[in-house]
Design a protein around this ligand. Structure first.
Ligand SMILES: *[C@@H]1O[C@H](CO)[C@@H](O)[C@H](O)[C@H]1NC(C)=O
Ligand SMILES: *[C@@H]1O[C@H](CO)[C@@H](O)[C@H](O)[C@H]1NC(C)=O
Length: 250
């Protein structure tokens, strides 16, 4: 999720009751059962969690384009507690970064990226893929999000994977809510809201419906995580299939 400026941090101070809940990766979430989401990847810079991603093949991690900085990223697979050195997580280098060619840092459009790993991951109970589908139709509207997103306000980071249930909002309603603010694309975005939801550091993680990843965490309200007025926005994966196929086959 787009980083909040210092100015906006100051504007958060009046919402102290709210910030108390921001203390975990996903706001108002629950700790996930360890390794229950074996597709989750922690993308790290200099050994620190930076963004989330998810395995869509044994060689490719999907994430958000805005996660790319001019710094080398590594992918940690099979993790639950990022501080636990004994849980058998594996750190793999990124061979190539495939940011969507039409993503620009000036807009949130096409906020999707594929990372080719230096070596294929070894699949196991703790490391596995998640399905993505070419179809736009989403049967269930109650879906979930997960991530290691950090605290917004100063304090120690949460190192364990958190999760929350969210409801997909009708797309026209998403556009209405985001009207006048960031550009909302009906064909390339979707939005969701729940008691809990994604926060800073959860970027790039999947919006999961049933057994399928349908969205990539892109952006939300700059002033407050999981805002009902400006529900979190996800890049709609089904809109990018031709591009995904091309990268994976190349
Ligand atoms: C976008 O990237 C360019 C070049 O890296 C940089 O000069 C510019 O400040 C960035 N804009 C935003 C809004 O981050
Ligand atoms: C999400 O919903 C499922 C099914 O209703 C429930 O079992 C689970 O505890 C919920 N998870 C969270 C994080 O609230």
């Amino acid at each position: 999720m787009t980083i909040i400026s210092l100015l906006l941090l100051a504007s958060l101070l009046p919402h102290l009751t709210f910030t108390a809940h921001v203390d975990v990766g996903i706001v108002n979430g629950k700790e996930a059962k360890p390794h229950s989401r074996p597709y989750m990847v922690s993308l790290q810079i200099n050994g620190h969690h930076h963004c989330c991603g998810f395995l869509i093949s044994d060689e490719f991690v999907m994430t958000a384009a805005h996660c790319q900085k001019n710094q080398v990223m590594t992918a940690v697979v099979g993790a639950h507690d990022l501080k636990n050195k004994n849980e058998g997580s594996v750190c793999i280098g990124v061979k190539s970064y495939h940011k969507h060619p039409d993503y620009s840092n000036e807009s949130n459009l096409n906020d999707i990226m594929l990372l080719r790993l230096e070596e294929k991951v070894k699949l196991s109970t703790n490391v596995n893929l998640i399905l993505i589908k070419n179809k736009e139709e989403i049967k269930c509207t109650v879906c979930s999000v997960a991530g290691w997103g950090k605290r917004q306000i100063k304090g120690s980071a949460n190192d364990r994977l958190m999760e929350a249930n969210v409801t997909i909002i009708k797309n026209q309603q998403c556009k209405e809510k985001w009207k006048g603010s960031e550009k909302y694309s009906l064909s390339k975005m979707m939005c969701a809201y729940g008691h809990g939801g994604s926060c800073k550091g959860d970027s790039g993680g999947p919006l999961v419906c049933g057994n399928t990843a349908v969205g990539v965490m892109s952006f939300g309200d700059r002033e407050r995580c999981n805002s009902p007025e400006y529900p979190n926005v996800y890049t709609k994966i089904s809109a990018y299939f031709p591009w995904i196929r091309k990268i994976i086959k190349s």
